[in-house]
Write a protein that binds this ligand. Structure first.
Ligand code: PHE
Length: 343
């Protein structure tokens, strides 16, 4: 019995100081103390040598020893787990970060931003509106009553009829929304995506982008419209570019005009871009029709205004030498990553 007590004490001391650095050391500990040929088993075997009157006391001691060893085994395992997790989570903050691939702006966005920034310098603010529109904002309020043949100028995606909901065919719908707010004067730009039911080809698509503009105040004249657009053309295409206005028709403006600039590719001599005419069509414009002002609760006898609208894709195609409109919406990364430069 004495000897047994001494043995247990020695082992306890030994085990008490045991540390296990890794899984292998823990396994060695298990085999040495708790294995089938291990210390605990061996000491249990000593029971047979204990005098009968001491057996009870010895049994208790041995059990306590067994529990002591098992507890130690568990705590070594926990300590090793924690240590491993700690190593796994350890972050070296001095290392350089992982490089994220840098995106670039879409060429249509670049061109839109450029157009917007020129007009912003004249005090135009930006307004946005919904791409799904009701019939009134896309057509009715713009002097395009139901069944009017002028509606055929814009082939339309009706997504619901009666009441009619359309994918807006122009951002003029946003002009109506701004005018309806009743806050005058208005000097706003309406950039955004528009939809038309057109066959997709290299030169046309079922959606594209526009920037429209609207200026309404007292005494706004056609001269103001021309002056504003001259400024835009000079900033956009350079001071040597010539401008011409051709009479045109839009239901929502009167008078209406189409604005051309002298071809900035060939300088007006005639090339493929200008179809040998020396001129490139840039935008539609005109004085806001009195009916449109009345439709939005603005007194046409007191206020006048001008509006204009231009596509974004075409100038972007000319600027970047892109010959197929579809490239803009295919999201081919090889195409998109070429437009890293600011314009
Ligand atoms: N809304 C016209 C279009 O999409 C463009 C335009 C706007 C013309 C304003 C004149 C005045 O074709």
């Amino acid at each position: 019995m004495e000897q047994l007590l001494k043995q247990i004490e020695d082992y306890k001391n030994e085990i008490g100081t045991a540390v296990a650095a890794d899984a292998k050391a823990i396994e060695e500990f298990r085999i040495k103390y708790l294995g089938t040929k291990g210390v605990v088993k061996a000491i249990m075997g000593e029971m047979k040598n204990v005098a009968p009157d001491k057996k009870k006391e010895a049994g208790q001691l041995l059990n306590e020893f067994k529990i002591f060893v098992e507890d130690k085994f568990q705590s070594l395992k926990v300590a090793a787990d924690n240590q491993q997790q700690g190593t796994g989570n350890q972050i070296d903050l001095t290392l350089p970060g992982d490089e994220l691939p840098l995106g670039s702006r879409h060429p249509v966005t670049l061109m839109k931003n450029r157009i917007v920034s020129i007009f912003q310098r004249l005090g135009f603010a930006v307004a946005e509106g919904p791409e799904i529109e009701d019939d009134w904002h896309n057509f009715g309020a713009l002097n395009l009553p139901e069944h009017h043949p002028a509606r055929d100028m814009q082939d339309t995606f009706y997504i619901q009829t009666n009441p009619d909901w359309v994918l807006r065919t122009h951002t003029s719908s946003v002009q109506i929304r701004e005018m309806e707010k009743g806050k005058l004067p208005i000097r706003m730009l309406m950039p955004g995506r528009v939809y038309r039911n057109e066959t997709v080809s290299a030169r046309s698509h079922c959606f594209f982008h526009q920037v429209e503009g609207l200026y309404i105040d007292e005494n706004v004249s056609f001269a103001d419209l021309k002056q504003t657009l001259y400024f835009f053309v000079k900033e956009m295409y350079g001071k040597d570019v010539k401008v011409r206005f051709r009479p045109s028709y839009f239901p929502f403006t009167e008078p209406s005009a189409e604005m051309d600039v002298s071809c900035f590719i060939c300088g007006g001599d005639g090339c493929n871009v200008c179809k040998k005419t020396g001129w490139v069509e840039i935008l539609g414009c005109g004085m806001v029709h009195p009916n449109v002002l009345s439709n939005c609760g603005i007194d046409p006898n007191k206020y006048t205004g001008f509006a204009f609208g231009m596509g974004v894709e075409r100038p972007a195609m000319l600027k970047y030498g892109v010959n197929d409109l579809r490239l803009f919406s295919e999201n081919d990364i090889r195409f998109l990553k070429q437009f890293t430069a600011a314009i």
